[in-house]
Design a binder for this molecule. Structure first.
Ligand SMILES: NC(=O)c1ccc[n+]([C@@H]2O[C@H](COP(=O)([O-])OP(=O)(O)OC[C@H]3O[C@@H](n4cnc5c(N)ncnc54)[C@H](O)[C@@H]3O)[C@@H](O)[C@H]2O)c1
Length: 256
């Protein structure tokens, strides 16, 4: 416990589960006031109520600009401003280009990539009004390394890494920093769903574990810790970066 985020107000999308919920917990530990935002408002409220203190749970649909605006306005009304936006909500729809429907492609790209554009757009003036702020996103090692039968997901995360760099340049003069993390396979409900979509889920999980040189899947708190650093003043000269939090999976060819 420390106060690395004392005085900061953060909104975390996808905060009701997995990496987002762990990030909410760590941010509260570090003294932030936190808005837990999720499509599943029950889960957002459950996380907020567990954390107590200066934490609220709100509904957000990150593909709907009006819903994003409402959540951000609620944040500013409740806590007086916004310093850190964590664009973490995402979905994964497994399939190759030949298998994915056009609707599935649109859903994946809208939820994982366009959403960050929309959330940043709505948050921008509020971050600038505080003399600067931080836009954080959950990209993926799948934005750097292709995964078979995961075309839309990989494309969405690769786009997010580049969008991060573009926002870093566009925000620099207003002291708005933009950074993303690139997780390896991580123990959350999403990855359970991904493994369950494979022909042999247990074998797929074992295979994924063995791909990581550090010998295990990631845990949500591994990513939450990285977000604490990137959101804090310790990172105030860090912008446009893609921080790999991946047990070494993207270092190179790993024979196990
Ligand atoms: N788990 C992994 O292995 C892994 C690896 C790399 C990247 N990621 C990324 O991490 C992020 C968090 O995923 P997770 O693994 O914690 O999954 P998760 O399924 O536990 O959490 C995702 C959350 O996003 C919410 N969400 C989905 N669509 C939404 C929408 N339209 N509006 C608002 N909220 C919405 C869900 O309700 C859920 O609470 C995602 O962007 C994912 O792509 C995960």
């Amino acid at each position: 416990m420390a106060d690395r985020l004392a005085g900061k107000v953060a909104l975390i999308t996808g905060g009701g589960s997995g990496i987002g919920a762990a990030t909410a917990r760590r941010f509260v530990d570090e003294g932030a006031q936190v808005v837990v935002a999720d499509l599943n408002v029950d889960s957002a409220e459950a996380v907020a109520s567990e954390l107590g203190g200066d934490t609220i749970g709100v509904a957000i649909d990150v593909v709907d600009r009006a819903s994003i605006r409402t959540a951000i306005e609620r944040t500013v009304a409740e806590f007086g401003g916004l310093d850190v936006l964590v664009c973490n909500a995402g979905v994964t729809i497994v399939g190759s280009v030949m298998d994915l429907t056009e609707d599935e492609w649109d859903k994946e790209l809208d939820t994982n990539l366009k959403s960050v554009f929309l959330c940043a757009k709505e948050a921008w003036e509020h971050l600038a009004a505080r003399g600067g702020g931080s836009i954080l996103s959950t990209a993926s090692m799948a934005g750097q390394w292709a995964i078979p039968a995961d075309a839309a997901y990989c494309a969405s995360k690769a786009g997010l890494i580049m969008l991060t760099k573009c926002m870093a340049l566009d925000g620099a003069k207003q002291n708005i920093r933009a950074n993303c993390i690139c997780p390896g396979f991580t123990n959350t409900p999403m990855i359970d769903g991904y493994f369950n979509d494979q022909p042999d889920p247990a074998a797929a999980r074992k295979f994924a574990e063995n791909l990581h040189p550090l010998g295990r899947l990631g845990e949500p708190v591994d990513h939450a810790n990285a977000f604490v650093y990137l959101a804090s003043n310790e990172a105030n000269w860090v912008t446009g970066t893609e921080l790999n939090v991946d047990g070494g999976i993207t270092c190179g060819i790993w024979g196990g």
